[in-house]
Every structure is written in structure tokens, then in C-alpha cells.
Design a protein around this ligand. Structure first.
Ligand code: CDP
Length: 225
């Protein structure tokens, strides 16, 4: 096992990975890196340029050349970083429903995954990092010191995403969110390359029965072991 201090957190949509990852990184003084935002940024750029998410060759070219900047947050509006692509602040735009509906299609393309995985691995191997995604413990950083697979029932995850949307001032339909979360999980876990699944040596945490503080304490104790 490496001595770089790499913490990998994987799990399905809205399982609480970002909340946990951000808190862990803050408390350990590590970098927090959310790989989902890269797949979301490619998806946003695809749609913003008027391309179809079904156009694998064009989407792959975008992923290979995407001018993305991820920097410290310049606003206190709940963001953990600023995401700038093509000179535009897209931090919240990547959370739009059109991106949600297309991101798993884009993330299944082998060329897209190859382009983003290289960048993620380069960042991760610097160490002192909490990296969050679907394939961090299995593919991006299999040498991670701690691997956590954070799960929860689809119903509970949809309810959390619903609450988040309302808190941000948006409108939402719980049943619709549940359908979309299930669809994204289905595509993510059945794709040929780097499917969503726990690494053989991951610790599974079921957050259905635990609140955010309890999940954090459990994960922190694993990191301090
Ligand atoms: O926040 P949420 O759990 O809804 O999703 P996310 O972490 O922002 O990831 C959005 C999508 O990107 C996922 O549904 C996957 O299709 C893809 N993704 C991936 O394939 N591999 C990763 N390491 C991270 C995200």
C-alpha cells in the first residue's frame, strides 16, 4: 500500500460522497477533489456547443481538449470550488437537469474516461487527497490507503437530492428525481469500462441508518487507523 495518504470515496448518485469527502479533507488538511464535476463539465460543454451527447467522437474530442479551471471558491454560496470552462463560471450550471440527464451517457465513453482518468490520477498521486467518484478505488487510484464505498437506498438518496434542490431555491418533483437517480445508477453500474462497484478492499458504509455526522465519524476513524 502507498504511503501517499490517498482516500478514495465511491458510491451511487447522491449517496453523500461530496459532503463526506469535503468534511474529511477539511479535517485532515487534504485536497478535496470531486471527479464527478469533470464528467459534468464535459457534458455541459457538449450541450453548450450544441452537440449531441450521443456523438461519441465529438464528445471525446471535447474531453481531451477541455479548458477547465478548478480553483478555490470565490463566492460563499455553498460551492466547494469555482469551475470555469471557456471563461464561464459553470459551478452551478453543471448541476442543471439537462446535465444530469446526459452525464452518464458521456461518462460511459472510453475516450472520455481515458482523458479524465489520466488527469485525476496525476492529481491523486500527489497524495494528501480525498478523491470522490465512481471508480476511484477500482481504477483511478487502486493504491489508495483508505477506500470507502458510501451507499444508501435509492429512495433516501432521491429525498436528499430533492431537499438540496429546494434549499438552492429550485423546484423539484420527488418521484421524477427517483426515476432519474435510478436510471443514472443503472447506466453507471452496467457500463463496460470502470463501472460503479465497490473495490474488493473497500469498507462499505450504508448511510440510510446514519446521519451525516455519524458517517463522518466512521470514515474519519478509518482514515486515522
Ligand atoms: O453528485 P452525484 O452523485 O449525483 O454525481 P457526480 O458525482 O457529480 O457524478 C455525475 C456522473 O459522472 C455520474 O453519474 C457518473 O456517470 C459520472 N462519474 C463517473 O463515471 N466516474 C466518476 N469517477 C465520477 C462521476
Amino acid at each position: 500500500m502507498s504511503d501517499l495518504c490517498i482516500i478514495a470515496i465511491d458510491g451511487p448518485a447522491a449517496s453523500g460522497k461530496s459532503t463526506l469527502g469535503f468534511r474529511l479533507a477539511e479535517s485532515l488538511g487534504y485536497l478535496y477533489f470531486d471527479t464527478g464535476l469533470m464528467y459534468r463539465a464535459v457534458t455541459w460543454l457538449t450541450l453548450a456547443r450544441g452537440l449531441s451527447a450521443q456523438d461519441e467522437a465529438a464528445v471525446t474530442r471535447l474531453a481531451e481538449d477541455m479548458p477547465i479551471e478548478v480553483t478555490a471558491p470565490s463566492f460563499e454560496d455553498g460551492r466547494s470550488c469555482d469551475i470555469v470552462v471557456d471563461g464561464q463560471d459553470i459551478t452551478w450550471k453543471i448541476r442543471q437537469p439537462e446535465v444530469d440527464a446526459n452525464v452518464s451517457i458521456v461518462a460511459a465513453y472510453s475516450g472520455v474516461r481515458a482523458a479524465l482518468t489520466i488527469q485525476q490520477r496525476r492529481i491523486g498521486l500527489r497524495g494528501r487527497v480525498v478523491m470522490v467518484g465512481r471508480d476511484i478505488g477500482t481504477v483511478v487510484l487502486p493504491e489508495a490507503n483508505v477506500k470507502i464505498y458510501l451507499d444508501a437506498s435509492a429512495k433516501e438518496r432521491a429525498r436528499r437530492r430533492y431537499d438540496e434542490t429546494l434549499q438552492r431555491g429550485g423546484t423539484a418533483d420527488l418521484a421524477e428525481i427517483l426515476t432519474k437517480v435510478n436510471e443514472r445508477d443503472r447506466i453507471d453500474s452496467t457500463r463496460a469500462i470502470a463501472p460503479l462497484k465497490p473495490a474488493a478492499d473497500a469498507v462499505l458504509i450504508d448511510s440510510d441508518k446514519l446521519n451525516a455526522d455519524q458517517v463522518f465519524e466512521k470514515a474519519l476513524s478509518l482514515c486515522k487507523r
